[in-house]
Design a protein around this ligand. Structure first.
Ligand code: PRP
Length: 207
């Protein structure tokens, strides 16, 4: 599986703000938005562009636009904090929504929302979720997208655990990962170590 770790002074600085237990909800959300911008910017680096001629005030020249804008899919709750920023960066993108809550005992994702176009063949899809822990939530999401015909799926996760990456890799599903860090491991409660805690709680408060 293609895993791209974006290590830049600014991605590391924003991620450190998110990791710091002293960071309040509002500052956490702001850092997540800024990090989303940076990761998404890198994630679409190789996207296909269409050329067209434009006129500057001075001359005619070649212009560019995204040839095939992606479908953005935030995974609620935590991915919702990435959605607006991603949409600002790619305003022509459409958006679908998936809602999952991980059972704290079994660590399995329980679906509660699925709002996606029926046919995703030929469309790039970008999934937004701050955390890839066991990989159960992302795998569920990728299955839904793949079943609708998506074959070009990019997951943007601020943080990933090696266990989650292995699980996605072993699934054989068409996905690549863009992240700011691959952390050490999962602990016995399924939290990423060192991680940042529960991203949804840190954005919106505990459930
Ligand atoms: C978190 C996180 C991912 C998932 C990662 O969400 O945002 O969606 O857990 O864990 P996994 O890789 O082991 O599946 P959670 O289910 O806590 O819901 P929330 O976003 O509503 O807080």
């Amino acid at each position: 599986m293609d895993v791209r770790v974006i290590e830049h002074p600014l991605t590391q600085a924003r991620l450190s703000t998110m990791r710091d237990a002293r960071t309040d909800n509002a500052t956490f959300r702001a850092a997540l938005q800024e990090l989303t911008l940076m990761l998404l910017y890198e994630a679409i680096r190789d996207a296909e562009v269409a050329e067209e001629f434009i006129h500057t005030p001075v001359a005619r020249t070649k212009g560019y636009r995204l040839a095939n804008p992606p479908l953005l899919v935030p995974v609620l709750r935590a991915g919702l904090g990435m959605a607006d920023q991603a949409h600002r960066l790619i305003p022509e993108a459409q958006m679908g929504f998936i809602g999952l809550a991980r059972d704290e005992e079994t660590l399995r994702p329980t679906p509660y929302l699925e709002s996606l176009p029926d046919d995703l063949s030929g469309r790039p899809v970008i999934v937004l979720d701050p955390m890839l822990a066991t990989g159960g939530s992302m795998l569920h999401t990728i299955r839904l997208l793949h079943e609708r015909g998506a074959a070009d799926i990019t997951a943007i996760c601020t943080l990933a655990a090696p266990e989650g990456i292995d699980r996605l890799s072993e699934s054989g599903r068409p996905v690549r990962l863009v992240t700011a860090s691959v952390d050490e491991r999962l602990n016995e409660s399924g939290f990423i170590v060192p991680g940042l805690g529960d991203a949804g709680d840190r954005e919106y408060g505990p459930r």
